[in-house]
Design a protein around this ligand. Sequence first.
Ligand SMILES: C[S@@+](CC[C@H](N)C(=O)[O-])C[C@H]1O[C@@H](n2cnc3c(N)ncnc32)[C@H](O)[C@@H]1O
Length: 162
Amino acid sequence: MHIWGWMSPVELEWLGEQAAKMNSVVEVGCLHGRSAFAILSACPGPVYCIDPWDDVKDECYGSFMGSCGGFENLRAIRGLSPAATSEVDGKVDMTFIDGDHSYDSVVADIEAWLPKTRELICGHDFYDGPDPGFPDVATAVKEHFGDRFAVAPGTSIWSVEL
Ligand SMILES: C[S@@+](CC[C@H](N)C(=O)[O-])C[C@H]1O[C@@H](n2cnc3c(N)ncnc32)[C@H](O)[C@@H]1O
């Protein structure tokens, strides 16, 4: 929680618990590194952190690296998903999607990373109640996975075990 972002303590705890069981993780959309820090701290293997960090002054990238750059398992990929799939060799155990929240992008991320993910695909900002939050995320997840997904209690994280 010392890193700026929107992920809640319960969400960070859930991410850490999952990442601890995985030998490799992709995160799409890292910003300042709040969720990345939780994943990097827990996962014993490589964590591919994908984000363009494209603000003009590089402040976001600098802040991400200031918080997460010391992790030996960090593999930072400065670029856009889904194109960045080509920079990750083979498959990873877990993919966490928190990049562009528009419908087309969420669909593109799911379609790109699903074949490269072995155990768990998940993402942030699934809202399905009176406060729609990012409605495109829920629409894309429901369309793609039907009733196969779960939402972790007390969070807005959707996930599908593969
Ligand atoms: C909601 S923020 C991520 C928050 C972060 N997970 C955290 O814990 O604070 C979204 C991030 O996705 C990045 N982004 C947007 N489109 C992207 C794409 N196509 N591929 C990768 N990252 C993307 C943005 O640059 C931004 O940093």
